[in-house]
Design a protein around this ligand. Structure first.
Ligand code: KIV
Ligand code: ZN
Length: 445
């Protein structure tokens, strides 16, 4: 990723700029198989979950929330599969409400795991406490701490469960809508109940269960917890941003700058309602700033294909990085700029040593396994450069300017006649028809 620059240069004397940056990848938690799956019109079956789980492991996610085991037999059974088949360095995370019987069933599903994260949640906002659960703050604290103690008794304090490396995660669900002093009190009490260590910190997940505010407000909330929680070194601050206002990526990024250590999300932003934060965008945003995301995006098309097929939801063609149209230019002026950028790069003595600087292309398509052919596509709006690029790449003919102008007229006519984009084979066919085969075009210009 060193070929990408972290941010544009700026000359602002006497001012620290940028005020904050992200300097390393967070701990990632992929919740595609839990939050993502629970939001699908047609949830994944066992076989589909397996395939998705394999993909997540393959590309490098080390913490994967695989299920809600107390909710269904499929989820319980799938947790068993994940426990038995996960690579040794992958922690299996499962979710449970703060209810004794459900916690017991959840922990049963993890029996024999090498690495496991027990994640329990309880909605903390006044709206949920008053309207949904009818609980006071004191009742809430008692439920949360009792549940944390139960998890502790069944896991790290259980002599029969010592073959597992246990981690514990608590989510004050609806954190983004909860008064901060109460959230902090909850975290302090739950921490006391669990007694974390520096080596095995407690994970406090701060969810924007519903995104409520601009990303800076969420980041301020995160910063308040991160800077005021006691024994900060024994705490991992995790974020779980939903995208109701379309700002989940920004909120997660500002949240990291505000102190968060870990990010929960789904590939391509699947998840409840408007989705969980998109892990692909976050990862590749780091990559294009020269920071190693620690996830392998070199076959992004495969990630798109698996996500679309198993979630049965398309990745939007304009989805950042993964969308089918995001590395394409149709318009003449964009094509011309891209072509010039590539020409400068290709003519350099050692192109690979140059920073990536191609107009309109923030990411080298080759870095995510895409071809350069797809970068320039031709329709009736394209100029001479687009068709010339395709002839150069497919027929290895570098057309002189006059021929480019002449050919682009034919291309435009053909695209208007067909009333659609022309595929590259159609463009090479047209070229051969016009200049090599047709008698009347023997001397085209
Ligand atoms: O969105 C949310 O708050 C959740 C919790 C269970 C973490 O999914
Ligand atoms: Zn969620």
């Amino acid at each position: 990723a060193t070929k990408y620059k972290p941010f544009p240069p700026i000359n602002l004397p006497n001012r620290k700029w940028p005020s904050r940056v992200i300097t390393k990848a967070p701990r990632w938690l992929a919740t595609d198989l839990r939050d993502g799956n629970q939001s699908l019109p047609d949830p994944m079956n066992f076989q589909e979950k397996k395939e998705y789980f394999d993909l997540l492991c393959k590309v490098g996610y080390k913490e994967i929330e695989v299920a809600f085991p107390s909710a269904s037999q499929i989820d319980f059974d799938f947790t068993r599969y994940a426990v038995e088949n996960a690579p040794a360095d992958v922690a299996i995370q499962v979710l449970s409400p703060c209810r004794e019987a459900l916690i017991r069933r959840t922990i049963e599903s993890l029996k024999g795991a090498k690495k496991a994260i027990v994640h329990i949640y309880l909605a903390a906002s006044p709206l949920f406490r008053d309207v949904v659960f009818n609980t006071s703050e004191e009742q809430y604290l008692s439920m949360a701490t009792k549940s944390a103690k139960l998890v502790r008794e069944l896991t790290k304090d259980n002599p029969d469960a010592q073959d597992t490396q246990w981690q514990f995660e608590f989510s004050p669900e609806t954190f983004s809508d909860t008064p901060l002093d109460f959230s902090l009190r909850v975290c302090e009490e739950v921490k006391k109940a669990w007694e974390p260590t520096v080596e095995n910190p407690i994970i406090f997940n701060l969810p924007a269960t519903v995104e409520m505010s601009t990303p800076n407000v969420f980041a301020d909330q995160v910063e308040y917890i991160s800077t005021n929680i006691s024994e900060r070194e024994k705490v991992c601050i995790s974020l779980h941003c939903h995208n109701d206002r379309g700002c989940a990526v920004a909120a997660s990024e500002l949240g990291q700058m505000a102190g968060a250590d870990r990010i929960e999300g789904c590939l391509f932003g699947n998840g409840e309602r408007t989705g969980n934060v998109d892990l692909v965008t976050l990862g590749l945003n780091l990559f294009t700033q020269g920071i190693d995301p620690k996830i392998d995006f070199s076959n992004l098309e495969k990630m798109v294909e698996v996500s679309e097929r198993l979630n049965k939801i398309p990745v939007h063609p304009r989805s950042p990085y993964g969308g089918s149209l995001v590395v394409c230019a149709f318009s003449g002026s964009h094509q011309d700029a891209i072509k010039k950028g590539f020409a400068r790069r290709n003519n350099a003595a050692d192109p690979d040593s140059l920073p990536w600087q191609i107009p309109y292309l923030p990411l080298d398509p080759g870095d995510v396994g895409r071809t350069y052919e797809a970068v320039i596509r031709v329709n009736s709006q394209s100029g001479k450069g687009g068709a010339a690029w395709i002839i150069l790449r497919k027929l290895e003919l570098d057309l002189p300017r006059g021929l480019q102008v002449n050919f682009s007229k034919h291309v435009q006519d053909e695209a208007e006649f067909k009333d659609r984009e022309l595929l590259s084979d159609e463009i090479t066919d047209l070229f051969e028809r016009k200049y090599f085969l047709a008698e009347e075009n023997k001397y085209p210009y």
